[in-house]
Design a protein around this ligand. Structure first.
Ligand code: FPP
Length: 238
């Protein structure tokens, strides 16, 4: 039965820096509060029965930030992966990664691999952490994977399904809903291929202020959308 819930939600967690600035605090304080918000939303989404949740934690463009800030975010991610293991176990949450793992510091890579291995058999919600993630980068890596070992004739027959099969997590369904906090109307290189038909929900609330109620409001908004995937509704199809 269709629950009306999105199967897969992606979230662009934006506004940590602004949250800190509004309080005359340093940017890293915003990320610390942003991590607390991420924990609240993971718990709320799991309790609501969401099956897949992708969180945009660090983009391929975020390396341009000051080294101190980048180091702080990487440390937060490591800490999150290590400290939340009991929570994943209790809630049967599976942790996965999307993004270019090879470009991550070895200790973060190791922590991701270990969290993914420890939780791989959990049948509850899947949390996919987008870290060193860029939609264009994911497509380039997929095409390279696909082209390796193919002849020119094979390459001319490449289909959408072939590219999908070479993405980071081909078994994960496309996101139905992409949420962005902090009021900006753009997708910032997030799930470019997978999000082709995702509904967008933009909230003006800064990410560190997000609670389960904001997720509920986003889901209500989603349930009122008329999704046609480029087609028309049956009653309008004369
Ligand atoms: C965007 O806010 C936020 C980030 C680039 C980092 C997000 C990271 C976390 C919330 C911590 C890690 C989370 C998990 C789940 C491991 P911004 O700094 O761009 O804010 P601004 O646009 O207001 O400056």
């Amino acid at each position: 039965m269709d629950s009306g819930l999105p199967l897969h939600i992606g979230i662009i967690m934006d506004g940590n820096g602004r949250w800190a600035r509004q309080r005359s605090q340093i940017r890293t304080q915003g990320h610390l509060e942003g991590l607390k918000a991420a924990k609240r939303i993971v718990k709320a989404a799991s309790d609501m029965g969401i099956k897949y949740l992708t969180l945009y934690a660090f983009s391929t463009e975020n390396w341009k930030r000051a080294a101190d800030e980048v180091g702080f975010i990487m440390g937060l991610i490591k800490q999150y992966l290590r400290n939340e293991l009991d929570f994943y176990r209790e809630n049967r949450i599976r942790i996965r990664h999307t993004g270019d793992a090879a470009g991550l510091p070895p200790d973060v890579q190791a922590e991701l691999t270990s969290a993914a291995a420890d939780t791989k058999d959990f049948e509850g919600m899947q949390v996919i952490l987008a870290i060193n993630y860029g939609g264009r980068n994911e497509i380039v890596r997929a095409v390279r994977k696909l082209a390796a070992g193919k002849s020119g004739a094979d390459l001319s027959a490449i289909s959408e399904q072939d590219i999908t099969a070479c993405l980071d997590n081909p078994d994960v369904p496309d996101p139905d809903l992409i949420i962005r906090s902090a009021g900006e109307y753009r997708t910032s290189n997030f799930l470019l291929w997978e999000g082709a038909y995702a509904e967008l929900h933009v909230s003006t609330k800064l990410w560190p202020d997000w609670t389960g109620d904001d997720l509920t409001a986003a889901l209500r908004d989603f349930q009122n959308r008329d999704r046609r995937f480029g087609g028309v509704k049956a009653r309008d199809s004369i």
